[in-house]
Ligand binder design. Structure first.
Ligand SMILES: [Cu+2]
Length: 472
């Protein structure tokens, strides 16, 4: 069977209906030829004929990753690819993953953004590592539509830099119409003098996080994405980089944001830029407003993530090349909505969580801390089921720390006392240098041990992680 791809022609209307859209012109809208570029990545093969069960085999092994034409590096791979296979399902489906670890070191799979039971979360204190040669069956219900991803939760800075990550897209029954739908997994890979992925670096790299190297999308450098004038493309974007922040802009185009980490926004939002910290996702529409035969660059704009860390200069991420085909009529703006009320924080005493760092130049070590302690010594935070949690995340350092909470989506209430304009469900959000960010969430099911941490992989590896114990 010919595998479908990360970037494929997707008759979304036919597969999922086109509820939510109005005013769609009644014209045939052929897509371009199927992508033959390296943007294509295999989709996981569903072994189960039951339409409500997606059952896949997934393994980790060492292999050769063709990162650019003529350039191969030794890598860790899911099912022999980087990224791992795209897992696609519908909300309400059961996902079953038969996982086998063929690496020479233990690993786990964390389902970033999926609201799974604690013992399926692949995190420390909730799952034993899968040893070399070992297997584990992950089985859970997909409760939310959106863009998610999977990756190890052990030796993150090494295993993820070496290629262990993949995307998950969970569709809802009322998907808006797009001509083409695909997934873009962003990463950058640092190569050493020997042409291989560089081993973990020095104090400076641990401090800033690995945020340089070859820019890759869906595992390959120097990509080009075809677009037809008038077309509407839907991009599911995942930032799988170790420490790279993205401020994405596509010259001459705007993005219509349908959703973020925890699925749809209350209404779509039209923006010029998408800001993704490590671990972040976006679900966006891109309307092809330029002329046939033209080109546009998807760029990562300059961003300063704080004193002592890197200042990113503008970099090219993806070339967009318009085909010569005549322009299609533009589609009306998508009108999908979601009932997403702001969670009340009334009567809840906020819990302060402090993020800080300590550099010891004598011993050449750096420690990243939560509440003045490094994992595994960070005091356990406790919460009861149904009890609203208001956390004030206080960054005592000058540099940004992208905050990730396992198990539950949160809303950002305010930053430095300034209220966020629109509620959204997030599992990853940037905590800026010296910022106080208030978040609210309610663990109303799934008791157990849940991690919260900085998603700069070098920082989580060097202590910036804590545990939330949710009790009945
Ligand atoms: Cu950090």
């Amino acid at each position: 069977m010919k595998p479908t791809t990360y970037f494929c022609i997707f008759a979304v209307a036919a597969l999922h209906g086109c509820g939510g859209d109005t005013g769609t012109p009644a014209v045939a809208r052929p897509g371009p030829d199927p992508w033959s570029s390296a943007l294509s990545v295999a989709r996981a093969t569903d072994l189960n004929p039951d339409p409500r069960v997606v059952e896949v085999n997934l393994d980790t092994r060492m292999g050769d990753w063709q990162i650019a034409p003529g350039q191969r590096v030794r890598a860790m791979m899911y099912n022999g690819g980087v990224p791992g296979p795209l897992i696609e399902a519908r909300v309400g489906d059961t996902l079953v993953v038969h996982f086998t670890n063929h690496l020479e070191e233990p690993t786990t799979i964390h389902w970033h953004g999926l609201r799974v039971p604690a013992d399926m979360d692949g995190a420390p204190r909730s799952q034993s590592p899968v040893p070399p040669g070992g297997s584990f069956e992950y089985r859970f219900t997909l409760t939310d539509a959106g863009t998610f991803w999977y990756h190890p939760h052990m030796n993150e800075a090494r295993q993820m830099e070496l290629g262990l990550y993949g995307a998950i897209v969970v569709h809802s029954p009322d998907e808006p119409t797009a001509d083409v739908e695909g997934t873009l997994v962003l990463d950058d890979v640092l190569l050493g003098d020997d042409g291989q992925i560089a081993p973990p670096g020095d104090l400076l790299e641990i401090h800033s996080g690995r945020d340089s190297g070859l820019q890759v999308i869906n595992g390959h450098a120097g990509q080009t994405l075809a677009m037809r004038a008038g077309q509407r493309q839907r991009w599911h974007i995942v930032n799988a980089g170790s420490a790279r922040f993205y401020r994405l802009a596509l010259a001459g185009h705007r993005f219509t944001v349908l959703g973020t980490d925890g699925g749809r926004l209350p209404t779509p939002r039209v923006v010029d830029e998408l800001f993704l910290v490590p671990g972040d996702r976006f679900d966006v529409m891109v309307d092809a407003v330029a002329a046939p035969g033209t080109r546009a660059m998807l760029s990562n704009l300059r961003y300063d993530r704080g004193h002592g860390a890197g200042v990113f200069s503008t970099q090219d991420v993806l070339q967009v090349a318009y085909t010569a085909d005549a322009a299609l009529p533009m589609l009306a703006a998508p009108t999908v909505t979601r009932d997403l009320p702001a969670l009340s924080t009334e009567g809840v005493t906020p819990r302060e969580v402090h993020f800080s760092e300590r550099v010891d130049k004598t011993t050449q070590t750096v420690t990243f801390m939560i509440d003045n302690a490094a994992w595994p010594d960070v005091p356990v935070a406790r919460a009861r089921l149904g009890q609203t949690q208001v956390w004030d995340l206080v960054n005592e350092s000058e540099m940004d720390h992208p905050f990730h909470l396992h198990g539950f989506y949160f809303q950002i209430v305010s930053r430095n006392g300034v209220a966020e304009p629109t509620p959204s469900w997030e599992d990853t959000a940037n905590l800026r240098g010296r910022e106080r960010m208030r978040i609210v969430f309610r663990p109303d099911d799934r008791p157990g041990s849940w991690m919260y941490h900085c998603h700069i992989l070098e920082h989580v590896d060097h202590g910036m992680m804590g545990e939330l114990m949710v009790e009945r």
